[in-house]
Design a protein around this ligand. Sequence first.
Ligand code: NAP
Ligand code: F7E
Length: 329
Amino acid sequence: MTAAKRAFITGVTGQDGSYLAEFLLQQGYHVIGMVRRTSTVNFERIKHFQDQITLASADLLDEVSLISVLREYRPDEVYNLAAQSFVQTSWGQPVFTGDVTALGVTRLLDAIRVVDPDMRFYQASSSEMFGKVREVPQSENTPFYPRSPYGVAKVYGHWITVNYRESYHLHASSGILFNHESERRGLEFVTRKITHAVARIKLGLDHELRLGNLDARRDWGYAPDYVRAMWLMLQQDEPGDYVVATGETHSVREFAQFAFEHVGLDYRDYVVQDERFMRPAEVDLLVGDRQRAQEVLGWQPTVSFADLVRIMVDADIRSLQPSKTYVSA
Ligand code: NAP
Ligand code: F7E
């Protein structure tokens, strides 16, 4: 009997890390999830399968900690999903964002190089690298023009991955993933902010939703589909870069409209525009060309935009229902 493959995931407590860990468990992997020290436990997204994975303590800011955990667990595959991932915060904390989201990638790649260069590596690159887009739709060949410290940090992470692949012959791949959402999305991101507010308004717990730019357009998919693409990249004989996207674009306004309509409400009665949520520099339009991922990896999305909105609104209503009962009692 062959031993189970070992996968090491940074960012396992995040949206994508939690779905990827579940996916890899289903594939028979031994999953090692890297967690950083926090004053309170932050395992909300992984608690339902926490007993099936190994947790390893380390931080992307600390290279020695990365070398130690890789030495201890000797994974076959390393998925780097950890980051300061909220674009808005990256203007307030640009140096910190660069340290984690950009230099953190070098620390992890170097740790692999030192411990065992045969480990396969996945870097969570982002459509934010396209920023002020040079062409529509965006593919692997579209030049980057990032519009935030986060986007700039991701461009660094992307190129250092390419550089270590070419310098040290690592099996290092970069997934240029467009926005992907779910019921596990952080509450600060616009989709979840909307669906959570819609649920609260429907249940009588709130009366308005304050948003920034309603005209920004994004290519939104469903996160569980996207973690499958990460895994497929590391199963290829050759490493590479892949755009992962639905190929459809919708505005924030349309997302809000669909979400309110799903519960029989009109978004115009509740959405208020608020300068506080506007960005110093905006990414106006993202839409990805996934041809390469479809042809080489055989990947395509399974959840439509309308279904994504419905899944998220329904999940938020379910999660808030007990508090409604409590409030109205
Ligand atoms: P997320 O929910 O914000 O999760 C980020 C994860 O990174 C969390 O587990 C967090 O740990 C961890 N982390 C942050 N700083 C760390 C550090 N210094 N050391 C170790 N761990 C650290 O992000 P996500 O949406 O799952 O995204 C996953 C990755 O894909 C990120 O790199 C993101 O930038 C990138 N990405 C996301 C999208 C998208 O649409 N979701 C699209 C393209 C690329 P704590 O729980 O302790 O905070
Ligand atoms: O914003 C607009 C905002 O914060 C989407 C991250 O996962 O995807 C994500 O980055 C759009 C922007 O995601 C509000 O101005 C309007 O145009 O949900 P978001 P993001 O910035 O696209 C990429 C691919 C990543 O890699 C990132 O890690 O929505 N918007 N009003 C708002 N955004 C927020 N957050 N809040 C608002 O009130």
